[in-house]
Design a protein around this ligand. Structure first.
Ligand code: NAD
Ligand code: LMR
Length: 329
């Protein structure tokens, strides 16, 4: 017997990540080739015509798993009974806009959306924020949802999976080992250049990747800046921010959360206080996923170098949290 459809809400549906993401969700790459989906697409009023165009193309694919579509500019409609929400739409940084202005502009969006999710979605909804600054946007949405109750505040995630995947590719190139052999990667902290991509625990077919690399200068001077500034390098090369790789990472994050992972995966989740990260801060940490749930890997040793890196990215997130504190009262 075929499964009942699940509802997947996607915001920023007319944008460039949306254009890479929606077709893969509808084809079953996110939730499995046996899971029908209903797409609930949110975008701004002026983008509704473009959303309709994307829906026409989705229709033209005749995806067997696509059980329905809704287009709207109303968050209460988009998140109604949603099982999964991918919050991609965000306010980009405009000319003359300071970082604090960006945080405030997005704060307004994610307060409204977090509340609308908590009031309308399935109680077990899984939420992934892609729109930048994604850790703090996820924190804001989670804080707004917490006030309503109903949904699980731990289920409001920020996307660090693109950074995790970028790190794996760089390590595969350095070691000459296939990406598929690399296990136990983690990217700590904020989705920003302060993130700390940490391969100290990483193995390839049982070999320590740290021992294979054996080059602290490469780690410090090449690997970390390459992974941390990859988003900016792509904007420089393409004239647009990463889209297909960002959509791919969103698919990976939700796929593993829903269906399980056979390896550590980096997720930006509300801290449980472990590793000295204050509870509630949305921080990239290593997780394992099983039975539709995720668990933070505990007890990893944090050496002095790593502590310094983790503190730096944490400091940035604490500053962002302070900048939006008034909005969450
Ligand atoms: P885009 O400008 O092509 O599309 C954004 C879409 O969001 C537009 O259609 C816009 O109308 C819509 N939108 C804006 N405000 C909205 C709101 N309040 N509600 C609903 N929709 C809204 O941008 P894109 O390239 O698709 O990127 C989207 C976001 O993802 C950006 O914030 C970008 O920085 C971020 N991003 C994050 C990562 C990551 O790894 N976390 C990677 C790449 C990009
Ligand atoms: C990325 O990592 O590719 C994006 O977050 C970059 C950006 O600033 O949009």
């Amino acid at each position: 017997m075929s499964k009942a459809p699940v509802r997947v809400a996607v915001t920023g549906a007319a944008g460039q990540i949306g254009y890479s993401l929606l077709f893969r969700i509808a084809s079953g790459e996110m939730l499995g080739k046996d899971q029908p989906v209903i797409l609930q697409l949110l975008d701004l009023p002026q983008a509704q015509k473009a959303v309709k165009g994307v829906m026409m193309e989705l229709e033209d694919c005749a995806f067997p798993l696509l059980a329905g579509m809704v287009a709207t500019d109303d968050p209460n409609v988009a998140f109604k009974d949603a099982d999964y929400c991918l919050l991609v739409g965000a306010r980009p940084r405009g000319p003359g806009m300071e970082r604090a202005d960006l945080l405030t502009a997005n704060g307004a969006i994610f307060t409204v959306q977090g509340k609308a999710i908590a009031e309308n979605a399935n109680e077990n909804v899984k939420v992934l924020v892609v729109g930048n600054p994604c850790n703090t946007n996820a924190y804001i949405a989670g804080a707004a949802a917490r006030k309503v109750g109903r949904t699980n505040p731990n289920n409001y995630h920020g996307m660090l999976r693109l950074d995790h995947n970028r790190a794996l590719s760089q390590l595969a190139a350095k070691t000459g080992r296939p990406v598929s052999s690399l296990k136990k990667m983690v990217v700590w902290g904020n989705h920003s250049p302060t993130m700390y991509a940490d391969y100290r625990f990483c193995t390839s077919n049982g070999d320590s990747v740290k021992a294979l690399v054996n080059d602290h200068a490469w780690n410090n001077d090449v690997f970390l800046p390459t992974v941390g500034k990859r988003g900016a390098a792509i904007i420089d090369a393409r004239g647009l921010s990463s889209a297909a790789s960002a959509a791919n990472a969103a698919i990976d994050h939700m796929h593993d959360w829903a269906l399980g992972s056979d390896d550590w995966v980096t997720m930006g989740v509300p801290s449980d206080g472990s590793y000295g990260i204050p509870a509630g801060v949305v921080f990239g940490v290593p997780c394992e996923c099983k039975n539709g749930d995720f668990k933070i890997i505990q007890g990893l040793e944090i050496d002095e170098y790593s502590r310094e890196k983790i503190n730096k990215t944490l400091g940035e997130l604490e500053d962002e949290r302070a900048a939006v504190a008034d909005m969450l009262k």
